[in-house]
Ligand binder design. Structure first.
Ligand code: PEP
Ligand code: MN
Length: 454
């Protein structure tokens, strides 16, 4: 991928650095410029994490979603951490996503495109550049790829070496994901085993009964002579917010088959709500790469913003190229989303529409925890389906912050986590995630909404 045997248009190469002259947000102040240069030069020589062919395949899968023939499930941590890249945690997250996907596929009889917020979700946008505790002010935590969470001067220093550690942690995470999803672990005949190790609860019970139905169907098909080789392997894509330009630019490479640039840090990159201004650095950079791109849309988004984003990011109207991830808030989505859907429906564009029911529903409890109510998450998902039904567009997917562990970060769900309980196992360094049970519960609900469509 690095040594093109096709001629590369010099304007394409030059364009990949045009963002440097544009206004840019949410980048760290690195402590040492020479150190940063050394790191980005090294990163630009390291192997790509994903390959152009896989990225194109994902664009094709997302085109099916755009047409209403498949559904996208995207989930993972708000912020991955270096310490959190353990076999157990990665496996539990992959299992949770596989289980949710089975619930959705079975409930809706529709293929599900599986995508982790994994193997690169290390950089975070922050509402303030600094944080003050007990009269001491230090730079804000921007994710493990920039600085440390501990509130000390040393830890909060933006350290370029962390960029390389981010790359290597992403590589080992992706390696394990590939092993699990290509090596038999994700075989649909293992549908029961994905539920093992998770504690008993109503959502798990419901899952078990669904897994029994699937087993029976597979045994029947097997007896009838079906060939199950295709069940052994599962397509699983990686994604993260394309935020930290000193990571994304060095990992952007020219595809030797076509001469086109791909950001090889992940299959899918999205631009966050805070960095999507039309004339800013992020929109310019991501408009120039071949990967399918997402853009988060908050409650203040206008139809005009959407039309302009389409023109810049998807000028050729390539199906699967552009995904809008709406994060409006439960109380707002039913009013704010339909006019956007209507405007796009009446245009020549066919983006994928995904709901992120997490980021519009943040609250802080009196005891100081950043949390979300499971009921609000559910309500935004319902509002998303209602809005699409009203306008006649396809609700293409769901984007959630989740973990496979039994954390207590979001309020409610079948276990009825309350404000007091939050303290018992709150592990996120950033936004609160659905735990394993809440994730399965949500999947059953989405499956019911999809079944109505089918
Ligand atoms: C996120 O996805 O963690 C995030 C920061 O989202 P948004 O850009 O929607 O605020
Ligand atoms: Mn988040």
């Amino acid at each position: 991928m690095t040594e093109p045997n096709v001629t590369v248009d010099p304007a394409v190469l030059e364009g990949l650095d045009a963002w440097r002259a544009l206004p840019i947000k949410q980048q760290p102040q690195w402590a040492d410029a020479a150190e940063l240069d050394r790191v980005t030069a090294e990163l630009s020589k390291l192997p790509p994490l994903v390959f152009a062919g896989e990225v194109d395949q994902l664009t094709d899968r997302l085109a099916r979603v755009a047409r209403g023939d498949a559904f996208l499930l995207q989930g993972g941590d708000c912020a991955e951490t270096f310490d959190g890249a353990t076999a157990d945690k990665i496996r539990n997250r992959v299992k949770t996503i596989l289980q949710m996907a089975v619930v959705l596929t079975y409930g809706a009889s529709m293929p599900v495109v599986k995508m982790g917020r994994m193997a690169g979700q290390f950089a975070k946008p922050r509402s303030s550049d600094s944080e003050t505790r007990d009269g001491v002010t230090l730079p804000a935590y921007r994710g493990d790829i920039v600085n440390g969470y501990d509130f000390t001067e040393e830890s909060r220093r933006a350290d370029p070496d962390r960029i390389l550690r981010g790359y290597h942690t992403a590589a080992s995470t992706l390696n394990l994901i590939r092993a699990f999803t290509q090596g038999g672990f994700a075989d649909l005949r293992e549908v029961h085993s994905w539920n093992k190790g998770f504690s008993e609860n109503p959502a798990n019970k419901r899952y078990e009964s669904l897994a029994r139905d699937i087993d029976r169907a597979i045994r029947f098909m097997g007896a009838a002579g079906a060939d199950f080789d295709s069940l052994k392997r599962v397509e699983f894509y990686s994604s993260h917010e394309g935020l930290l330009m000193d990571y994304e630019r060095p990992l952007t490479r020219i595809d030797s088959r076509t001469g086109n640039p791909y950001d090889t840090s992940g299959h899918f990159l999205w631009i966050g709500e805070r960095t999507r201004e039309l004339t800013g650095a992020h929109i310019d950079f991501f408009s120039r790469i071949q990967n399918p791109i997402g853009v988060k849309l908050g409650p203040s988004t206008t139809s005009d913003d959407v039309a302009k984003l389409i023109d810049i990011l998807d000028p050729n109207r390539t199906p699967g190229r552009l995904t809008f991830i709406t994060r409006m808030g439960a109380g707002v989505i039913r009013d704010a989303l339909p006019p956007l859907l209507e405007a796009v429906k009446n245009s020549d564009a066919l983006p994928v529409w995904v709901t992120d029911p997490m980021h519009g529903n943040g609250i802080t409890t009196p005891n100081g925890y950043k949390t979300r109510r499971f009921d609000d998450v559910v309500d935004e998902v319902k509002g998303f389906f209602e809005a699409h039904r009203e306008v006649g567009t396809f609700p293409g997917g769901i984007h959630v912050e989740l973990t496979g562990d039994d954390v207590t970060e979001c309020l409610g769900g079948a276990e009825m986590i309350d404000e007091e309980t939050l303290a018992s196992r709150y592990e996120s360094l950033c936004d609160p995630r659905l735990n394993h049970k809440q994730s399965l519960e949500l999947a059953f609900l989405v499956a019911e909404e999809l079944a109505v469509l089918a």
